[in-house]
Design a binder for this molecule. Structure first.
Ligand SMILES: NC(=O)C1=CN([C@@H]2O[C@H](COP(=O)(O)OP(=O)(O)OC[C@H]3O[C@@H](n4cnc5c(N)ncnc54)[C@H](O)[C@@H]3O)[C@@H](O)[C@H]2O)C=CC1
Ligand SMILES: C[N+](C)(C)CC(=O)CC(=O)[O-]
Length: 490
């Protein structure tokens, strides 16, 4: 297992700790705050209930978390050291001096800095090539973006290593090729923030009205297409050129007060903080974090469904996780054919819950349906085969909901082939949380030609695989409840 050290375990360091831990890394923390263990524990609780739900496969086993009294002790054995101390350059320099005196020479030191340039961070360092900006977004355990900002002091090799580590955490390393204060994304947020401060100060809008203008409008658009594609579409058939012709003149109109900053005095702070308290002061900060996390997970899962943007990144990561978890994808890889095949492993995501606070009945069907897709793939009915015009349609499903599944609970589906002769495939799946049986799902599927939409004979490979599995599993007793109809006596 690989080890990461977190130096500075506040809002951002805590989020990094969770991201590494839940991706299977061991994490060592140094933070002089005596409350840091409690604070990181609370961040971790929120991460555990949200991050696994972004994945449609099994996440790695959580690593171990330890707290250390000195930087020297904390950096021992670490391959990645993430500095997240307050945004003060002299403090960061002091911390790097201590880290570099004790860490491995080939460890990467990433800085969470929101605004310092990497060349500023590297000043006075004995090994500047070890340090680079790895700027995350809050909450680090859910937001995929990392702005990776190196300088000419960082070798191509260390940059490639940093990118690989970030990708391995399910994140998106955006290589910022030219260093600039506040990198890329924070410059946008700063621009929006400045405008918002003026709008509140000038009494044009309240903090709440400004938030509504974002979350009811461009905030939703930006999550999926960003700025330029959004404006390209807004240009209609003539696209970006037309958009620019139409809105170019506005650049000279008083549409922004960007470089004109309101005086940052007590009056402004009280005005903004007062309105913000009125808007959301009745909700505890951890509760607000949970609301934010649930919304983020649900939105990112929607993007996964579209295989777009952050969703496409997460789908690619799922394939990697699934391979690492040893999920079988081919019949030839099954070690013991006589046992039910593990066709799904995942955590229950927040958007699978209903008003009863447990996994909704429709999601039991979804989990069984995804397990059936996996079994189809295993026997040879994979995407390549389907592209040739053959597939299976489900003719009948019977689900028994036996126990509840709750948010974040890890579920596993195990599938048996009861009969795979001819055009028919009769399968039986059981869903477990640990050894607790949650549900059974019995399905009959018919092989079809996608051209005629009529039953057809599957390929010889599929027929042989189904026969082999059914034969091997026939030594198992008949599943309890097989063939049961609604209302049948127990
Ligand atoms: N809060 C945010 O939204 C974001 C912040 N960042 C950046 O992350 C860094 C940390 O910011 P936050 O987590 O928000 O601050 P924070 O105030 O929540 O946490 C800073 C932590 O550093 C600890 N600390 C202080 N001196 C230390 C030292 N000498 N050695 C080790 N730990 C020490 C503090 O006890 C505290 O727990 C900053 O550079 C900031 O710009 C980056 C992205 C977003
Ligand atoms: C406000 N901020 C500059 C600290 C924001 C960031 O750096 C990134 C974020 O999470 O929004």
């Amino acid at each position: 297992m690989t080890t990461a050290t977190i130096v500075g375990g506040g809002v951002i360091g805590g989020g990094w700790a969770a991201r590494f831990l839940l991706n299977g890394w061991n994490v060592r923390v140094f933070d002089p705050d005596p409350e840091s263990e409690r604070k990181i524990g609370e961040v971790l609780d929120n991460a555990r209930r949200s991050l696994p739900g972004t994945s449609d496969t099994e996440m790695p086993q959580e690593g171990s978390l330890t707290f250390h009294d000195t930087i020297a002790e904390a950096v021992a054995g670490a391959t990645w050291i993430q500095e997240s101390v307050p945004e003060r350059l002299e403090m960061k320099h002091k911390v790097y001096a201590e880290i570099q005196a004790h860490c491995a020479e080939n460890a990467i030191i990433g800085s969470s800095t929101s605004g310092f340039k990497p060349s500023e961070l590297q000043e006075h360092a004995p090994r500047p090539g070890q340090i680079m900006v790895a700027h995350p977004f809050n909450p680090v355990y859910l937001m995929p973006l990392i702005e990776l900002v190196p300088t000419a002091q960082n070798s191509a090799d260390i940059i490639a290593q940093a990118k690989a580590t970030i990708s391995g955490l399910g994140m998106y390393p955006l290589h910022v090729r030219k260093e600039i204060d506040a990198h890329i994304a924070d410059r946008f947020m700063e621009a929006v923030w400045r405008e918002a401060l003026w709008l509140v100060k000038d009494g044009v809008a309240t903090t709440e009205e400004i938030d509504e203008s974002i979350r009811m409008g461009f905030g939703i658009r930006w999550a999926q297409m960003g700025l330029f594609d959004t404006f390209r579409v807004a240009g209609g058939e003539a696209g970006m050129k037309h958009f620019m012709e139409q809105f170019g003149p506005c650049l000279k109109w008083p549409w922004t007060r960007l470089m004109d900053v309101p005086e940052f005095n007590d009056e402004l702070v009280d005005l903004i903080a007062g309105q913000s308290d009125e808007q959301s002061g009745h909700i505890e900060i951890r509760e607000m974090e949970r609301i934010r996390d649930d919304n983020l997970v649900a939105m990112m899962r929607a993007l996964k469904g579209q295989n777009w943007g952050a969703g496409a990144l997460m789908n690619t990561h799922d394939v990697k996780l699934s391979k690492e978890a040893g999920m079988v994808r081919k019949a030839a890889d099954i070690v013991d054919l006589s046992q039910p095949i593990v066709t799904g492993r995942r955590a229950v995501p927040v958007d699978w819950l209903d008003y009863n606070g447990h996994m909704n009945e429709s999601r039991y069907l979804q989990a069984f349906s995804e397990a059936t897709d996996r079994l189809m793939e295993i026997v040879g009915c994979d995407q390549d085969y389907i592209a040739t015009g053959g597939s299976y349609f489900t003719a009948e499903t019977h689900i028994r909901n036996i126990d509840e599944a709750t948010l974040g609970e890890r579920i596993e589906v195990r599938t048996r082939v009861l009969n795979g002769e001819g055009k028919k495939m009769h399968i039986w799946s059981e869903m477990y949380a640990g050894e607790k049986l949650l549900a059974t799902g019995e399905q009959v599927l018919i092989h079809v030609s996608l051209e005629t939409r009529k039953p057809s004979v599957p390929s010889a490979e599929i027929t042989a695989n189904l026969a082999m599995i059914a034969e091997a599993q026939s030594i198992l007793p008949a599943p309890d409840g097989v063939g049961r109809y609604v209302g049948a006596p127990r």
